[in-house]
Design a protein around this ligand. Sequence first.
Ligand code: ZN
Length: 139
Amino acid sequence: MALLPILCYPDARLHQVARPVQAVDARIQKLVQDMLHTMYEAQGIGLAATQVDVHERVIVIDISEQRNEPLVLINPELIWASTDKQRNEEGCLSVPGVYDGVERASAIRVRALNAQGQSHEIAAEGLLAVCIQHEMDHL
Ligand code: ZN
């Protein structure tokens, strides 16, 4: 596994729009492993491929205390968002040391491929919903 350099604000590459992953192949699976390793090393709870200068729609997340529940979202699509909002202090590995209040949907449903290329649907609320929406914004 490789530790990937994380782009930091105001790097212009953070504004590049990610394209859909064409196939969940060995290259993407290695990217997912490297992104998880990089996120854990940086003590983050989420990382988007854009942040490591790969402009494809891949996100890794782990909000568990034990850091052993990785969630992989490839080509994520928001299929539902609650009108109910929540406001949270958010931080970002690309904007170190800065935290700010952001208002987002309290609950969401997302469809994505997992690291095996299978489609799955996730219902999220609370911190997980915040984290998924934050990472999707990066893409
Ligand atoms: Zn971020």
